[in-house]
Write a protein that binds this ligand. Sequence first.
Ligand SMILES: C[S@@+](CC[C@H](N)C(=O)[O-])C[C@H]1O[C@@H](n2cnc3c(N)ncnc32)[C@H](O)[C@@H]1O
Length: 422
Amino acid sequence: MKRRIDNAAALQHNTKRNRADSSVEEESELSSQDLSQNDSLHDQEDEKPGFSSTASFDDQDASQTSSFSMYNSVSQKLMAKMGFREGDGLGKFGQGRKEIVEASTQRGRRGLGLKVQGFQGELNVDWRDEPEPSATEKVDWFPECTTEIPDSDELREWLILGQRKLKINDETEFCTEDLLHTLLRCKSVFDNLEGEEMRRARTRSNPYEVIRGGIFLNRAAMKMANIDHCFDSMFTNPKDSQGKSLTKDREGELLYFGDVCAGPGGFSEYILWRRRWHAKGFGMTLKGPCDFKLEDFYAAPSELFEPYYGEGGVDGDGDITRPENITAFRNFVLENTDKRGLHCLMADGGFSVEGQENIQEILSKQLLLCQFLTALSTLRTGGHFVCKTFDLFTPFSVGLVYLLYLCFERVSLFQTCHQQAG
Ligand SMILES: C[S@@+](CC[C@H](N)C(=O)[O-])C[C@H]1O[C@@H](n2cnc3c(N)ncnc32)[C@H](O)[C@@H]1O
């Protein structure tokens, strides 16, 4: 290795040019080629100390690290044959450039010289050198709540009406200023990424993302499976305080579940898959392109799932932020559960915040409030609620979590390894 004389500028030149020409998708393939060349070099280096036929190679300082050492011996020999010597320039009289032509880091249709703030680091990271990913998901419960639930008069006093606030960089009541600004700076780095780059960055930040939907229609179903598993099947096999199952498979009550802000319906598909026929689901979500896609349920029958879009029933708009829809959905659930309510409600509301990612928490306030309200309206005593949230540090979100803490026996903030990095 030490004595390997470097070069192969032509090949290097080609390789680099190929890289620059490649689309983003091709990059990983190309880097894998580079690596296999590198591997073969390691394999061959003892037998084939490349370029030994050229005097200058032998003259090289054995300890010198060559900038060409990443190229295989065949390439190095080819270059050597053509008279190339490391340290000399290319060309008949060695008059050409001596430095490696850097691979272009240009992406997509960006200008050649463009620097993306925060992304000046090493672009050709070899991810295969990273350790095998593993995740330990730990469920932490808030301490037991001993505070009485305030009555509605007191709650009314808490209400402050004001202008809609769209600024987040001053929200330091539950987050230190330093942490908040660091967080916002880190998030802003992604603002200049193109769609494909963003997706790749996200996949790299969470290796479990590539599991995708598995046997289900989407990755949300896998997320729910993951959550249910971590919480001891609390959502598919609820138990009483003695640990006895409340909804046994054949005897006993059906599992009644709700799924709001839920299109296309992966969460429900998971529950139905676990319960087979022994469940009944009610769902409400916005009509439109993100509506339920019951015909796409792969793993479970959708007959036991009933979409209901609030006021107007199947003709409603499904918008959970309209109070009349929440009331209609609650009535529908109560009518169909012998007035007992649901064993569990799942809520996964989200919408595009493109261009305003840093204030997603603020933009989602109303949605979060309405999902919490729907849970409190439709769950039976002892029922379970799971809700996807974004950041939770504004007084509004913290206040909502506090209300849940007062209303439920136990509350946990949980990050699943299936959650996409925000
Ligand atoms: C992340 S998706 C839910 C995925 C779902 N849990 C699944 O398993 O397939 C977010 C959903 O929230 C819905 N949504 C957003 N705003 C809503 C609103 N105001 N009322 C009802 N649904 C809403 C979207 O239409 C979308 O279907």
